[in-house]
Design a protein around this ligand. Structure first.
Ligand code: SF4
Length: 610
């Protein structure tokens, strides 16, 4: 095979053993890499019902066939496991040197299982695998951990680590690299912590083999040049995703006070222009020439990377209207290794619960120091923080009082930074995303604002699926960043050219869409297998707040979602995907996608229809 290395590295932490495991072209061509590999491995190898924080769970770090080549924004990896937050398939992506180094070390994925008896660092140097004592690192935050490891292994080593949140099994702990690039929202950091795995360090020295190396090199150089010519490039370089704060405010979709509103009085103070004035530097992922990690000095004088999601969730959603303060909370979250989107949700939830008298603790909106202290309690699971560390779904079940209606999650994963009182397509995208409510797979809201936000049209459903195919399926399997395409208009045709030069295969976008559908169907089957007879279409419905409590401010005052119309959209979504009215892929669909064996195994859990 060209493009792919054809090897996984399997690591058993219980036995302190590792071995390389060959896989063939069939796997590569059916699932590509990244999310595709992770979904296939977890479906095949995890028994339903296992404890996500037990040794039987497997943590997969998977790259794609373009990773490590000199191609724009191509140095991401997907980290996946059964999620402790949702109880089903979970993953996230990170732009990291680790992605490049895994490939240079000769592998396409690391698959980590078991549990080490004591805290360790997994060190992968080509074929040499070591399990290093991490007692000096355990208890440190992710920045300190990485800094200590970099002193030994150098600035381009792949280092992925967890902070105290992962060690303490906070259900939305993530994995951090390069001081603020983080991923694995559905508790991938907690899975790492449950295995006593403080960090993974990867150093590779090999070369990747492409089918047409000269062509690939030239294509890469052309592509980097092409990105620089795109009209939105200059503004993107200034603001990155931060420009979305102003856009969300203008369109009444900026999550505010736990998604009660879509506009925030102090939006300007936390927006892209405020950030551009305060910016001190920029960071980004390897192999990217449109880097978007904007760094500002926070209110404690430390450097903090800010982006739209973390500023919306730790700013407007908790009523905090000063950028340097928001940046301070973001920095603390990254140090502890807490996902900022879920964190902004649990904080907003706690503030509303306190306001309504459903918890004894006084938790006020918009307070820097008190909120910072609560974040510490979450990371260390102290007092109220212990309950919040379980996420909003659990917290709502615990405190009752009707709070489940405004616990903002889908399938247990907290919603990312877009209010959907008046955005039905985006609500559908959140509700049907493959890991719970995340915007990554189908960020349809910008398109939706242009075509008319109030309609529940078939066109909108089709657009959600189209985006899920491109972003959630193909880009996540190739482990390339979505921003060149979505933000700059870098054409999709580049990716089939890259794939041809790297792998030698003629793969069209039609083929890629089938692969994307296969991945989506397989992940859906994973969910259904976990939930069995408890699986219902209600799992694909966004929180009650958006249907029941209209916006009270801004131009969209009075807006809320219509449940009956949403249900029609959901039925159309299932129909277009070849899933039944419960949202379960039919036998025919699974057969068409080459997933006959999946159908056989799923039949043991639920009745399948044609
Ligand atoms: S655009 Fe931003 S997220 Fe994407 S690869 Fe570049 S730095 Fe990373």
């Amino acid at each position: 095979m060209y493009g792919w290395n054809g090897l996984f590295l399997r690591v058993d932490l219980s036995k302190s053993k590792a071995h390389a495991n060959k896989y063939g072209a069939e796997m590569a061509e059916a699932f590509l890499g990244g999310r595709g590999f992770a979904a296939k491995i977890l479906w095949d190898e995890l028994k339903p019902g296992i404890d996500p924080l037990g040794p039987k769970n497997k943590l997969v770090f998977a790259t794609g066939p373009l990773t490590g080549f000199a191609l724009p924004s191509s140095s991401k990896l997907v980290v996946a496991a059964k999620s402790p937050l949702t109880g089903s398939y979970g993953d996230g992506n990170l732009g990291t040197f680790a992605a490049v180094q895994i490939r240079k070390a000769g592998y396409d994925a690391l698959i980590v299982e078991g549990k080490s008896k004591k805290p360790i660092v997994l060190l992968v140097q080509d074929k040499q695998i070591e399990f290093l004592d991490a007692k000096d690192l355990w208890g440190l935050d992710s920045f300190e951990t990485e800094s200590m490891l970099r002193r030994v292994y150098g600035s381009t080593a792949g280092v992925l680590s967890i902070g105290q949140a992962g060690e303490n099994l906070v259900k939305f702990a993530n994995i951090v690299c390069q001081e603020g690039r983080a991923g694995g929202r559905p508790g991938m950091g907690a899975v790492m912590g449950s295995k006593n795995l403080k960090a993974v360090v990867v150093i590779g020295s090999g070369d990747l083999s492409a089918a047409y190396p000269k062509e690939l090199k030239e294509l890469g150089a052309d592509a980097y040049r092409e990105i620089l010519t795109k009209p939105p490039y200059a503004f993107w370089k200034q603001q990155g995703t931060m420009m979305t704060i102003e856009w969300s405010q203008e369109n009444s979709v900026l999550p505010t006070y736990n998604y009660r509103e879509g506009v925030f009085d102090k939006a300007d103070a936390i927006g892209g222009f405020a950030m551009a004035k305060a910016k001190v530097s920029q960071r980004g992922c390897p192999n990217c020439n449109m880097i978007c990690g904007n760094v500002v000095k926070d209110s404690f004088g430390k450097e903090a990377e800010v982006d739209y999601e973390n500023v919306a969730m730790l700013g407007s959603n908790i009523g905090l209207g000063q950028l340097r303060r928001v940046a301070a909370l973001n920095r603390v979250a990254d140090e502890f290794g807490l996902d900022t989107i879920s964190l902004g949700n649990v904080l907003g939830f706690a503030m509303e619960a306190s306001e309504k008298g459903l918890i004894e603790e006084k938790v006020s909106w918009g307070k820097l120091r008190a909120t910072k202290s609560l974040i510490e309690d979450i990371a260390y699971r102290r007092g109220l923080g212990d309950m919040l560390a379980e996420g909003v779904r659990f917290s709502a079940e615990k405190i009752g009082g009707g709070s489940s209606r405004w616990a903002m999650h889908v399938k247990g994963l907290e919603i990312s930074g877009y209010d959907c009182h008046a955005a039905p397509a985006m609500a559908l995208a959140f509700a049907t995303s493959s890991i719970g409510a995340h915007h990554k797979d189908a960020w349809v809201i910008s398109w939706e604002m242009k075509v008319g936000r109030n309609s529940y049209s078939e066109e909108k459903v089709d657009k959600v699926i189209e985006l899920q195919r491109i972003r959630g399926g193909v880009f996540e399997a190739l482990t390339v960043c979505r921003f060149p395409w979505i933000e700059l208009g870098f054409e999709l045709e580049w990716y089939t050219k890259f794939l041809h030069a790297a792998t030698g295969l003629e793969i069209t976008w039609k083929d890629l869409n089938v692969i994307a559908d296969r991945i989506y169907a397989l992940i859906r089957c994973f969910w259904v297998r976990e939930f069995g007879k408890n699986w219902t279409r209600q799992m694909d419905v966004p929180p009650a707040r958006w249907f029941e409590e209209p916006l009270t401010k801004g131009a969209l005052k009075g807006s809320k979602l219509d449940k009956a119309k949403y249900d029609v959209m959901l039925s159309r979504y299932y129909c277009q995907r070849g899933w039944d009215e419960r949202g379960i892929p039919t036998k025919t669909t699974l057969r068409k996608l080459g997933l006959e064996n999946v159908a056989k195994r799923l039949r043991k859990r639920v009745k399948l229809y044609d």
